[in-house]
Structures are given as C-alpha cells and as structure tokens.
Design a protein around this ligand. Structure first.
Ligand SMILES: [Zn+2]
Length: 337
C-alpha cells in the first residue's frame, strides 16, 4: 500500500521554471538545461521502479516515497518499504552505460561512449541512509526493526562490473525488474513479526509526520539575481511573457490568444523560484496586474494556505507544489510531461 506518493521533484520543477523565466543568453542557461535532463532521467528511473513495486502484495508492505528526515543533518530516501517483519531502504539509480565498482578504492566509475567518469558510490549512499534511518528510529524511541538496503538500477541495459572475487556486493545491487523476487527472498528471511500492527501504524504515521519538504535556494545555486527572473503571465499558446489582464481573462498582445487560467503556472513559478510564500502585493507585482482589487479577487480563487491577516497575509506554496487544475489532471494520469 502506498502511504506516500512520489511527487515530481521540486528541483526538476524549479529548473523548468527557470528556463521559462530567464533570458536564453544567461551564461549558465545551457548548464540548467543539462541539469534539468538529469533530474528528469532520475525521476523517470524512480517511476519505472514504482511500476515494479506495484506488483507487491498491497496488504504486506507500506511504501513511503521520497522521505526526507532529520537527525543532526537531513537525509532523503528514494523509497522505504515497511512490513511487520522488516524494513527496506531503496536507493534508485537511472544511469546509462557500464558501472564499475572498485573493490580496493570503493569508488564507482561510469563508462559510457569511451568516457570514464567517477560517480558517488550508490552502495555507500544506500547503506548510510539505512544507518541514518536506524538512528532516527532510536532517537524517536521506536523499537528497532531489521532494516535492509538495496541499490536499484532502473534500466536493464546498465552493465554492472566489479573486481573478480568481489561479486558479493551484488546482493545489494539489483535491477528494478528483479525487485519483486528480491523482496520475496527478504520476506522469506524475516518471517517473525517484530512489530504489532499498533506500533507499525505509529511508526508509519510518525515517519510521514516528520517528513521535511525540501525547498532548495535555486537562484543562489546558479548565482541568479531576483531581477533576472522575468515577471508576468506566460501565454500558453505562443509562450511569450506577459499576458494582460483584460475583462476577467488573460489576453496575449503577441498572438491575440485568450486564457482563463494562465496565472496558475505563473504563481507556481513565483513560489518555485522566489519564495515559498507571497503577499498580495508580491502576487500583484509578479503577475503585472494594475489594480489591487483585481489581484485580490484572483488570488482568492487559488485557495492557497494562508497565515496572518490584512496587508501582512502570507499565501503559501502547496506541499506538493501543485497549483493548477491542469497539473492536477496530469498527476492523476501519472504523467509529468
Ligand atoms: Zn501568445
């Protein structure tokens, strides 16, 4: 049973928003495009793994995706599975080419089109996340449960290699399509319940409640000034910015198109790039709406979470970053394109 769905990573959404609102001549534009592709590849690998996880018996496992917890430092796990008998931490990798796990240096080299490149060792990463989750449980005075970890390679075409005699590492690295079989093997190993259903529920509820959503400071990351972000509503037809607010609708002076809901993605871009919260004034300025009353009416139709009152009222980014009815439908289809 899925206890927490996998959201589209905020890092991916932020880069899409940046590319919409930066001058294409910005000196790191190409780099942002490349980084976006990497985030999309990673996310596609995770969705592919989710497909294989969907074969697991619903009643036996609770699945929590994209969980970010804090001990001294925060740590983020791609997926954890929990049963009454054991837990399993998954680190999902979508990598093209050959991966060589060096027994002596513990380093991992990726070889693709004759180019060698060192990458973070996913085994060490997965093991560290397992250990951090164990510490987190101890810190929260939860009964210890056996915790396993696996690196999941989401594409079958990735070739895995290591030094002769070191093949035992592959008991913790598997292809996504072998996941169901591997989990069944683990289930056969752990047959004694270590949790009663009451403490299992307590554990899963606490994990979900303690999740810390990530909000990377994307402008800082690329050295972008706030004034470099182009404000205004983007035309869904010709993609130009800005549209004008005319008689309760959006009008594009470039291609003459009209739109009822083009402000949704604009508000989302504001949240993704500039701040997790906004005031009415910021909303009005970013959407380039002349009249305060018009901005106020429109902002209220978004039904955002608020804090404070009067002129200091703050409106917040929804936790799943989903704002527009359009994206809501996309999510139901399980499609992010
Ligand atoms: Zn247009």
């Amino acid at each position: 049973m899925i206890l927490k769905e996998r959201p589209v990573p905020i890092q991916l959404l932020q880069r899409e928003a940046l590319l919409r609102r930066l001058d294409t001549r910005f000196y790191r534009y190409k780099e942002i495009e490349k980084d976006l592709i990497n985030w999309k590849t990673g996310y596609a690998g995770e969705k592919n793994t989710d497909y294989y996880l969907s074969y697991l018996p619903e009643e036996e496992f609770g699945i929590i995706n994209d969980l970010r917890l804090k001990n001294q430092n925060t740590f983020q796990m791609d997926t954890i599975l929990l049963s009454l008998m054991f837990g399993l931490v998954l680190e999902i990798k979508n990598i093209v080419g050959t991966l060589f796990f060096d027994q002596h240096t513990q380093s991992v080299t990726r070889i693709y089109k004759d180019i060698e490149e060192g990458i973070t060792n996913p085994l060490i990463q997965a093991r560290r996340h397992r250990n951090q989750l164990l510490h987190w449980m101890i810190n929260h005075r939860l009964p210890p449960i056996p915790l396993e970890y696996l690196v999941v390679i989401s594409r079958n075409s990735t070739i895995l290699k290591t030094n002769p005699g070191n093949e035992h590492i592959f008991k913790n690295i598997i292809y996504a399509e072998c996941l169901e079989e591997k989990i069944n093997q683990l289930a056969a190993k752990y047959q004694t319940p270590v949790l009663k259903s009451k403490s299992y529920n307590k554990l899963t509820q606490l994990l979900l409640a303690e999740h810390i959503p990530s909000y990377p400071e994307i402008l800082k990351m690329y050295g972008i000034g706030r004034t470099e972000i182009v404000p205004g509503v983007q035309c869904p037809t010709c993609k130009r910015i800005p549209m004008l607010r005319v008689s309760a609708t959006w009008f594009c002076p470039s291609c003459k198109a009209y739109s009822k809901d083009a402000h949704f993605p604009a508000v989302r871009d504001y949240f993704l790039l500039l701040n997790e919260k906004m005031t009415l004034k910021q909303f009005q300025e970013f959407l380039l709406i002349e009249k305060r009353g018009v901005a106020k009416g429109l902002l209220h139709t978004l039904h955002l979470q608020v804090s404070g009152s009067g002129r200091t009222t703050q409106y917040y980014l929804p936790p799943d970053c989903i704002l527009s009815p359009l994206n809501e439908n996309d999510r139901k289809k399980g499609d992010f394109h």
